[in-house]
Design a protein around this ligand. Sequence first.
Ligand code: UT7
Length: 333
Amino acid sequence: MSRAAVLTGIGGYLPPRAVPNHELAARLDTSDEWITSRTGIRQRYFAAPGTATSDLAVGAAERALKSSGEPVVDTVVVATTTPDRPCPATAPSVAAKLGLSGAAAYDVSAVCTGFVYGLATACGLIATGTAERVLVIGAETYSSILDPEDRSTSVIFGDGAGAVTLRAGEPGEPGEIGPFDLGSDGAGRDLITVRAGGSEQRLSGTKPAANERYFAMAGKEVFWRAVQCMAESARSVLDRAGLALTEIDWLVGHQANERILRRLAEALGLPYERNIGNIAEVGNTAAASIPLALADAHGAGTLRAGDRVLLTAFGGGLTWGSALLTWPDLPPS
Ligand code: UT7
């Protein structure tokens, strides 16, 4: 009998400091009107210096573990663009901070698609019997890599974390995750990138220019690729599952830009009312965006047991990915 991965808990965590648009407009050549109308974002959260991605990850993980009613997992997966350090991975620190030393722990690097990739690897570990219970966390401290002088990125991205717990279960159980669709196009790597800090630039070589250490994005080009890739990937995963869009209750797209999410719904022919999101309140939190949106929707009582949910994401790499799941019967958060 094949094993399925089943969602058993969810949690989100945001650092305490909300940064409204007007605060950014006070130091950058931008305005609340521009940010709201072009992105749908009203505020984002920035972690205080000294708060690392692992700290946000732990905040979300503690809530997910509590929601699952089961404090122990055997595997911890952290999807992040902003690890605590280039080496080692952040996941072992998260596991240790949660009192889960000994658990398998690794990072997944797929930028804004990271959570979907992380979920896919976790489901694979469960399907093969390598893991029984897995914590999958999307966590980001984008404020640590944003160029403070780049208005096109500073207004979009924010910090936060979202986490889910999975366990081995049976096909057809409420909470079952899958199938997946994953893809990439490395020819587009310069469109979303941090140029310095990797093996291309040797430590002993020329010191990187300050802006090469910051996150950079070719927003306009990425915009259209995001709509196209998420729509295609969403259709592929539905085909794989043998489901029609009319059988989907909720679409949770990567919270990149509200205009992208509206175009995505249009491209799929899905009423925007069936879109779940929180971009206005948290901005684009990259790998954290889908689990944070799910955590918020669960908290608000929007997601009901048995609802069929379609997740789709797009990000640096370029990468994209989609997954289906049925929402389980979870205790209110
Ligand atoms: O998470 C990974 C995936 N990320 C995404 O999918 C994000 C994709 N891209 C976007 O969300 C949008 O492209 C942006 C929000 C980054 C930019 O919005 P846009 O509507 O594509 O604007 P644009 O780049 O076409 O720029 C329009 C104008 C430009 O001025 P000119 O050349 O027309 O005079 C920009 O310089 O808006 C200007 N601009 C701004 N103005 C005020 C760009 N950023 C800002 C700003 N405030 N923050």
